[in-house]
Design a protein around this ligand. Structure first.
Ligand SMILES: [Zn+2]
Length: 223
């Protein structure tokens, strides 16, 4: 499946929950990039330049990184894509690659969140340096210049930091790029009859419930 939605919709949080509930791999294009960055691979170095500016990484880099991971899974293993595909070309390349393996997407779940809410959320988003888990930090807990002193990951105790692409200037740009290039991918999946929409404005548990409902709706009767 693909979890689809604007930056700040909660795709990462939902994908982590679903991966545990459904026992499938969570494939986050952002996390894959960061792994390549930390390991200093040539693809990682190329990608970092674009990510820090809040613009999309060129297609061929993104596609190589994500497909390498998807195609490394066993044919019977499920997966959740988070942050990919981000444009029509990526959606088409993904479909081709899966079809060559006699696989396909069961569902694309679109998590909808209005723009003012996205901006508010991203301003308070901090990530763990170790496990990448996203955290939402209320404004009053932040120090000067958005610093987050003494905040540690609730999952692994690692250090929290704000990613360059979650800083205010980059956020505005990411939302614009999303509207121009990513949003049109919805009609691609609508045409294939696998698109489901859920509201992402609610507690994490409620959104999770909605996504699970949307997935169940795709199961054959009697399953
Ligand atoms: Zn952590």
């Amino acid at each position: 499946m693909v979890l689809f939605g604007p930056p700040g919709a909660g795709k990462g949080t939902q994908a982590q929950l679903l991966a545990e509930q459904l026992k499938v791999s969570h494939i986050s294009s952002g996390d894959l990039f960061r792994q390549h960055l930390q390991q200093g691979t040539p693809l990682g170095l190329r990608a970092s330049e674009f990510m820090n500016r809040g613009v999309l990484v060129p297609d061929e880099v993104t596609i190589d990184i994500v497909l390498d991971k998807v195609l490394s899974l066993n044919a019977e293993d499920g997966f959740i894509l988070d942050g990919f595909p981000r444009n029509r070309n990526q959606a088409e390349v993904l479909e081709d690659a899966l079809m060559r393996r006699a696989r396909g997407l069961d569902k694309v779940v679109y998590i909808q969140v209005p723009e003012p809410e996205l901006v508010k959320r991203l301003a308070g988003r901090y990530s763990c340096r170790q496990c990448q888990a996203p955290h939402s930090i209320p404004k009053e807990s932040l120090g000067p210049e958005g610093s987050a002193p003494d905040l540690t990951c609730q999952r692994c105790g690692g250090e929290l930091y704000q990613r360059p692409d979650d800083r205010p200037k980059a956020v505005q740009k990411r939302i614009q790029v999303y509207q121009d290039e990513t949003l049109p991918v919805l009609s691609y999946y609508q045409d294939r009859g696998i698109l489901a929409e859920v509201s992402g404005v609610d507690k994490i548990e409620c959104v999770n419930h909605r996504v699970l409902e949307a997935l169940r709706a795709s199961e054959p009767a009697g399953c």
